[in-house]
Design a protein around this ligand. Structure first.
Ligand SMILES: [Zn+2]
Length: 312
């Protein structure tokens, strides 16, 4: 509609001003480099996680697809608003449904789904485990129908968007099938759930020893100035250091209580106050922290459950 016609429509009351405004996005879109965008989940968690995208010379690469398909569609709308180039890839940082829920929508929009080799074996089976008793038949059905990736790797992979280079790198710690996405010319790293910025992490599938090593390496990575975490706002190296500190405190507190002879629920009760004193201001602390203490206890006891890679 031309400006003149729009003005006329408004003057005639046919098109109220409010209707002109685009609906609020379920995420905040932030430019973090030339043609590089972070989509940070809204305060109510409407999207389910963070995502982002890279506009290259001949196409667009998306990182993660959110939990809610409505958010994925809104992301596609934003991409089309910024560039006429086609969406060519979506890279999943890991199998969790809050990062893969919109894959089918992106495939429909033209994307090839790229994932860690282990993700393909887990995306339709392990996701139910995340919800425990809260899983419903409808959610089970949704999980069983999640898109399977088209391209899988357990080695570093370079994707060229024309002359623009994007590096996909396996990383250890969160699930056993994680990828980070680096945009070298913009000094950006999409860290997936290897990084949570001031948000307590979900370590249900994690290995904290591996995770601390990964976070330390990220925090000292001279090639990166902006990190896009899986949850929480765009981060700096100092934020990554804080996150590594959170994991170290978790491990130290649990080790201390184990040394005192505690385990299980008694350990969680004993360790929680000091953990809260250190990190109680982190988002979702009340929900995740008790679980984290239990998972950490399992890890130090050598009985932590993790997803097991399945054959192809
Ligand atoms: Zn996750």
């Amino acid at each position: 509609m031309s400006g003149a016609i729009a003005a006329l429509a408004i003057a005639l009351g046919a098109w109220p001003l409010a209707a002109q405004q685009a609906p609020a996005l379920p995420f905040a879109l932030k430019a973090i480099g030339p043609g590089v965008y972070a989509a940070i989940d809204g305060p109510k968690g409407e999207a389910g996680s963070n995502a982002g995208f890279v506009i290259g010379d001949d196409g667009v690469l998306v990182v993660d697809s959110f939990y809610n398909e409505a958010a994925t569609k809104a992301l596609i709308g934003e991409i089309h608003r910024l560039t006429p180039l086609p969406i060519r890839y979506v890279v999943n940082t890991h199998y969790h449904i809050d990062h893969t829920g919109g894959d089918a929508v992106l495939r429909e929009a033209g994307a090839i789904i790229v994932a860690h080799k282990n993700e393909r074996g887990w995306v339709r089976t392990e996701n139910a485990h995340l919800f425990g008793e809260r899983v419903t038949p409808a959610l089970q059905a949704r999980i069983a129908a999640l898109a399977l990736p088209d391209v899988t790797t357990d080695a570093p992979l370079t994707i060229w968007l024309g002359q623009r280079k994007v590096e996909v790198q396996p990383v250890l710690g969160h699930t056993g099938g994680d990828l980070a996405v680096r945009v070298p010319d913009a000094h950006v790293l999409f860290a997936g759930d290897l990084l949570w910025r001031h948000v307590s992490p979900n370590i249900i599938d994690g290995n904290v020893a591996e995770w601390i090593a990964t976070a330390d390496a990220m925090a000292t990575d001279a090639g990166v100035t902006s990190f896009v975490p899986g949850h929480g706002d765009v981060a700096t190296a100092a934020d990554v250091k804080d996150f590594a500190g959170y994991l170290r405190d978790l491990r130290a507190l649990v080790a201390k209580e184990r040394k005192a002879g505690l385990s299980g629920a008694a350990l969680v009760t004993a360790a929680l106050p000091e953990f809260k004193q250190k990190h109680g201001d982190w988002e979702a602390f009340g929900y995740f922290a008790p679980k984290e203490l239990g998972f950490m206890d399992d890890e130090l006891a050598g009985k932590k459950r993790r997803p097991v890679p399945v054959g192809e």
